[in-house]
Design a binder for this molecule. Structure first.
Ligand SMILES: [Ca+2]
Ligand SMILES: [Ca+2]
Ligand SMILES: [Ca+2]
Length: 288
């Protein structure tokens, strides 16, 4: 760098921060710092926030997870349960509108991305007919029989848009590797007692199930949902297969889409976070 150019980085910083700061006041909580008022892409570049595009940094979530700091095993699980409980609960009809935001196709604001097929489909095609998308409960609602009243059945941390027929094919199966490819959802496999989602969402599925097991502990009128190492759990409040889910958590790491979704749920809908999107390593600390 020549002497004449020494001031250029400072000028650039002035323009970046001077330009971004005014837009930050619209939707950001008063106590957030500069970095949280900027959306951070996976490439590490900054762009001004829209009201709900912020990806919170680890420094911000340190405060949220303060009570969990330094814990492991059951004491970590208990601390996280206390932190993420007491969330706002949606009605089942509110879930439609929420998913239209949390699962919006970044390339087309009229569409949502479907979980198992990755298809981009019109938001307006929500419904129950062939060709529609509907609300897939990744933790099958029969595993604990919690239904669709406000609570686990409407918790959008584990609800995703899915093709009606694919949703029906997955049914209430546990998750595991193997089986035959499901023709309407290439990359997804199934057999008599389990479903294997496509590689790109294996980690997403695992982290959604980790969240459910920690959020629902049977102390607030809902069943105590737990993970086990089985398939074919039927209507018991369990989901498997834990050892496979722990592998999927590593095979398919958290990406910016998953972070954005977690942030939207926290900021705009439920006001609680999925700890395993913020700290995927905590799954191994709880389920060793
Ligand atoms: Ca199986
Ligand atoms: Ca993924
Ligand atoms: Ca539980």
């Amino acid at each position: 760098m020549t002497k004449k150019l020494w001031f250029l980085p400072i000028v650039c910083l002035y323009f970046i921060f001077g330009w971004a700061a005014p837009s930050a006041s619209a939707g950001a909580p008063a106590d957030t710092n500069l970095y949280s008022r900027l959306a951070v892409s996976t490439a590490g570049t900054f762009f001004p926030q829209t009201a709900s595009s912020v990806i919170t940094t680890s420094a911000d979530t340190d405060t949220y997870y303060k009570e969990a700091s330094g814990k492991s095993g059951t004491s970590l699980k208990s601390a996280l349960h206390r932190i993420i409980s007491g969330n706002t609960k949606l009605s089942y009809s509110q879930v439609w509108d929420a998913l239209k935001e949390t699962d919006e196709d970044p390339a087309n604001p009229n569409n949502v991305i479907l979980l198992y097929t990755q298809e981009s489909r019109a938001k307006s095609k929500n419904g129950g007919s062939v060709g529609d998308w509907n609300r897939e409960h990744v933790w099958a609602k029969s595993h604990g029989n919690f239904g669709t009243s406000a609570g686990p059945g409407t918790d959008i941390h584990h609800l995703r848009p899915a093709d009606v027929q694919v949703n029906s094919a997955r049914g209430n199966m546990d998750f595991d590797n193997g089986g035959s490819e499901y023709p309407k959802a290439p990359g997804n496999y199934y057999d008599g007692d389990s479903w294997e989602p496509r590689d790109e969402v294996k980690g997403d599925v695992a982290r959604m199930l980790f969240y459910m097991a920690v959020r629902y502990e049977g102390d607030d009128g809902y069943p105590d949902l737990e993970l086990n190492d089985k398939t074919g759990n039927g209507s018991a409040p369990y989901m498997g297969k834990l050892s496979v889910l722990l592998k999927w958590n590593k095979q398919d790491p958290v990406d910016s889409k998953e972070k954005r979704r977690n942030e939207l749920i926290y900021e705009d809908y439920q006001h609680n976070r999925n700890p395993f999107i913020d700290h995927p390593e905590w799954a191994d600390e709880i389920w060793k």
